[in-house]
Design a protein around this ligand. Sequence first.
Ligand code: S3P
Length: 169
Amino acid sequence: MKIHNVVLVGFMGTGKSTIGKYLADQLGWIHIDTDQRIETDEAVSIAEIFNLQGESYFREIESRVIREIMGQQGQVISTGGGAVLAEANRQQMLDNSLVVALTADEQTIINRVSRDRNRPLLQGDVRQKVSQLLEQREHAYDFAHMQIDTSNLSIEAVIQTIKEEIEAG
Ligand code: S3P
């Protein structure tokens, strides 16, 4: 397979945005963060979209943005944790791209997401929300070409693993 893009999928707090940025730098590819793209396009924050228009509206924009982005090449794409829920999104990601699912254990996710309290789906009891969503999405990321557990890996080690996969092509 000729790899045109790398798509990072995974639950919130698994490192998609951070890894995406550094991986793109190293590959000399463009980095696109779908959440950031949505916020720029809509000129409001993700939290505001959820609050004002609701989750289903957010999912519509997310799918549109993914469709637009997947038409281009040479990109590392960091997606939002729920971007994989729609079948059409998953199909577009798999088409000519290397889809990498980043994972992390529950406690690591809780520690990481607790640092940033802006996620609309984790308002209230973070521990309980993470646990519930992790259960709901248990197999949501299984469609990816590869999985990397980032709980105990350095950013560099994760990037190295992805680069080796790209080179193996
Ligand atoms: C979501 C994850 C968020 C963001 C939105 C919904 C989800 O992105 O897209 O809050 O459904 O898991 P991150 O995974 O980057 O936090």
